[in-house]
Ligand binder design. Structure first.
Ligand SMILES: Cc1cc2nc3c(=O)[nH]c(=O)nc-3n(C[C@H](O)[C@H](O)[C@H](O)COP(=O)(O)OP(=O)(O)OC[C@H]3O[C@@H](n4cnc5c(N)ncnc54)[C@H](O)[C@@H]3O)c2cc1C
Ligand code: FES
Length: 523
């Protein structure tokens, strides 16, 4: 399918995910074209923003949602849409960092989020291929059975009805010998779900403006497409906050993660979710793991969607594995475990925000009483985003909610020191790129469709040569806090290695925390 829109409009990179291609049309509404007043302004039309908007409208509040691209344009449209309470960061780690009661509340909250989605799908008859499936956590070759045993015990203490298995269904490699079964998890087609949720929100009296970018967010509202939007409450659901310059960006780190989707004959594999326990020899604090599921494709085939091979955003080269080469590794990994897979039908990548203490940040923006954020949702953003809507609605409605404290963006976590120091050290080290980073010596080195970073005296220039051989030259200095950007040849974007801001090949901002485009320069 030919891309109709690109560059942060329909999606936040050059590759279209399976969801966009199979949903066919972008979920579009009118653009904002006049000043407005509302009770609640939601910024961001991913799962977090749309769920918040829907929940608040259901309470009878007047809600307006503004989205820079289209509904699902951000990381939500690039997800793999596992709905699970099997957390990336392990329950035994939550017990260590916090305590057993926090771990139990986390398990309850994710289970409730899946239930909430199931009920909403049923209530509004949303045809989004929602299915209850079992999930299996199995050993990465670098890990030991002890991890599974510890996790199994911790999930039991957290109140989950998990089972220890001596063979994982569906996987043929040795890694699947031991596993933990998480029963009654779920999966869906994310964009069909968002379409149904958006329609339900509109029926409740909500208003959505797409291709409408919010700027100058304050406690009185924002400007959007240059028009004033006045509001009593502002929910910033932009995946990484764009209303805060520093505070939240020292508590979470951006990682790029890769996905392939391969055709597999229907009936060859059970519908299920599979995850390995992560690479314990990885240089990255987040210890990247693989995640796999099936989705409906056509009458004959399903697609097997497998993800992993993550790295800190903008730092793929630090492992000597370029962004575009990560798919080859992912295909090899998947083929070994799921040999029934056939042609690769799709490949794409996306960004996840990893919080320092394994818990997402949902609630009042630190220092603000009427501004709320949902961020740091790691690889569990489907449930965290849903929880975001549930929790923020209860805060605004002044109702008790047992999860407000554990997800509070203002919490102070004392037991994360070594990971924190490692990630913070990585951040500081990136400023060394001011002295070193240059992929290309001369603009003549670039072929059409290629980009890179070039030194010109003391300046660093982000250069892109378009398909018509025209050069686009911008400053390669991130407008957030001044890091040098990295060219991502796979998604054709300039990515910031520090807090994950991203820019199109022509320098237009796609992802915060940066809020402005790259400065044009003449070479
Ligand atoms: C490859 C991949 C696989 C994943 N797999 C899973 C999974 O299996 N299960 C799971 O639970 N999670 C998964 N995740 C994580 C999950 O997809 C994300 O955490 C989640 O979708 C984030 O949702 P969001 O609404 O917070 O952000 P987004 O979906 O990024 O939404 C934010 C929106 O805000 C808009 N925006 C930004 N700035 C502005 C502005 N100034 N004005 C207006 N709009 C603005 C953006 O255009 C965007 O649409 C995965 C993520 C990736 C990348
Ligand atoms: S995103 Fe913070 S310096 Fe680039």
């Amino acid at each position: 399918m030919k891309k109709v829109f690109s560059g942060g409009n329909i999606t936040s990179g050059d590759n279209l995910s399976f969801w966009f291609e199979s949903a066919k049309n972008p979920i579009a509404f009118e653009k904002l074209s006049n000043d407005i007043e509302t009770d609640i302004l939601v910024v961001g039309g991913g799962i977090a923003g749309l769920t918040s908007a829907y929940c608040l409208a259901k309470e009878g509040r007047k809600v307006v949602l503004v989205e820079d691209g289209f509904i699902g344009s951000g990381e939500t449209g690039r997800t793999t849409a596992h709905l699970t309470c099997a957390l990336d960061d392990r329950y035994f780690e939550l017990e260590k960092t916090f305590d057993q009661s926090t771990s139990k509340l986390a398990a309850q909250s994710h289970t409730a989020a899946i239930e909430w989605i199931a009920n909403t799908v049923k209530l509004h008859h949303i045809d989004c291929h929602f299915k209850r499936v079992d999930g299996y956590l199995f050993l990465h070759p670098s890990d030991t059975k002890e991890t599974l045993e510890k996790e199994y015990e911790a999930t039991k203490r957290a109140g989950l009805s998990t089972e220890m298995l001596s063979a994982v269904p569906g996987i043929e490699a040795e890694d699947g010998k031991w596993g933990i079964k998480f029963p009654n998890q779920a999966q869906f087609h994310i964009l069909l779900y968002l379409k149904g949720l958006a329609d339900a929100f509109i029926q409740l009296g909500g208003k959505i403006y797409t291709q409408t970018k919010a700027e100058n967010i304050t406690k009185e509202g924002a400007t959007a497409n240059g028009f004033a939007v006045k509001a009593n409450h502002i929910v910033v659901a932009t995946n990484t906050p764009v209303n805060d310059w520093v505070t939240m960006h020292t508590k979470q780190w951006p990682y790029r993660t890769y996905v392939i989707a391969a055709k597999v004959l229907k009936g060859k594999l059970p519908y299920a979710l599979w995850w390995d326990t992560g690479d314990h020899e990885s240089k990255w604090v987040a210890q990247p793991y693989h995640y796999v599921r099936l989705a409906e494709y056509d009458d004959q085939y399903d697609v097997l969607i497998a993800g992993g091979e993550d790295h800190r955003t903008g730092q793929a080269d630090d492992e000597d594995i370029k962004e575009e080469d990560r798919y080859t590794r992912l295909i090899e990994w998947t083929k070994k475990r799921f040999p029934g897979m056939e042609d690769i039908a799709y490949k794409w990548s996306g960004q996840v925000m990893e919080p320092i203490d394994s818990m997402a940040y949902i609630g009042k923006n630190p220092g603000n009483d009427n501004t709320y954020i949902i961020t740091g949702d790691s690889g569990n953003g489907m449930t965290h985003g849903t929880l975001g809507g549930m929790i923020i609605t209860d805060i605004i409605m002044e109702r008790d909610n047992p999860w407000i404290d554990i997800y509070s963006p203002s919490r102070i976590t004392l037991k994360t020191t070594s990971d924190y120091l490692q990630e913070a050290g990585n951040m500081v080290a990136q400023y060394g790129d001011w002295l070193s980073k240059a992929d290309i010596k001369n603009v003549d080195d670039l072929k059409p469709g290629e980009g890179g970073i070039m030194s010109s005296g003391f300046k660093k220039i982000a250069v892109y040569c378009d398909e018509e051989n025209n050069l686009h030259t911008c400053s390669a200095v991130c407008p957030h806090l001044g890091a040098i950007l990295q060219w991502n040849a796979d998604e054709k974007t300039f990515d910031c290695p520090i807090h994950g801001s991203r820019f199109t090949k022509e320098g237009k901002v796609i992802n915060g925390p940066a809020t402005s485009d790259l400065k044009k320069v003449v070479v």
